[in-house]
Design a binder for this molecule. Structure first.
Ligand code: IDP
Length: 149
């Protein structure tokens, strides 16, 4: 099983999309093993997006993700990293397929509602930025015997 870091960004929270987004994750069969709402600390945001620190949009990206509360989650399951990226859709919402979160609810890259880690290394790095070890929960979903062969 894989785990990934997922964020409902401030625009997703402000636009009342928390339930819609969590519903899609749960219905897919993925397991949420940690969840918290908070305003992301500026230093944590800078560390999270450090690969973009030289980009022209870095300043506005940090302001955006720290501007209001976000929902942070650890999501687990088979191929959780790839599955969450597919559920979210393309980074630029104008290229995101209908049926994806960004394809259904967003118009601009700078307000694209959700984040999910793009590799095993990023997932572990991002989970460590946003969660402490004792914030994760180990449990079995009652439907797991029907989700997995
Ligand atoms: P991802 O979120 O799909 O992994 P990345 O390329 O890692 O995409 O970019 C991280 C975030 O930075 C994007 O989700 C988006 O919020 C923001 N971003 C990326 N490119 C641009 C841009 O050209 N203008 C404004 N914001 C951008």
């Amino acid at each position: 099983m894989e785990r990934t870091y997922v964020m409902i960004k401030p625009d997703g929270v402000q636009r009342g999309l928390i339930g819609e987004i969590i519903g899609r994750i749960e219905r897919r069969g993925l397991k949420i093993s940690a969840m918290r709402m908070n305003v992301i600390d500026e230093n944590d945001a800078k560390e999270h997006y450090s690969e973009h620190c030289e980009k022209p949009f870095f300043g506005s990206l940090i302001s955006y993700v720290t501007s209001a509360p976000s929902v942070s989650m650890i999501v687990e399951g088979k191929d959780a990293i790839k599955s969450m990226r597919t559920i979210n859709g393309a980074t630029n919402p104008s290229e995101a397929m209908p049926g994806t979160i960004r394809g259904d609810f967003a118009l601009e890259t700078g307000r694209n509602v959700v984040h999910a880690s793009d590799s095993v290394e990023s997932a572990e790095r991002e989970i460590n930025i946003h969660f402490k070890d004792d914030e994760t929960n180990e449990y079995t979903r009652i439907d797991e015997e029907w989700l997995y062969e």
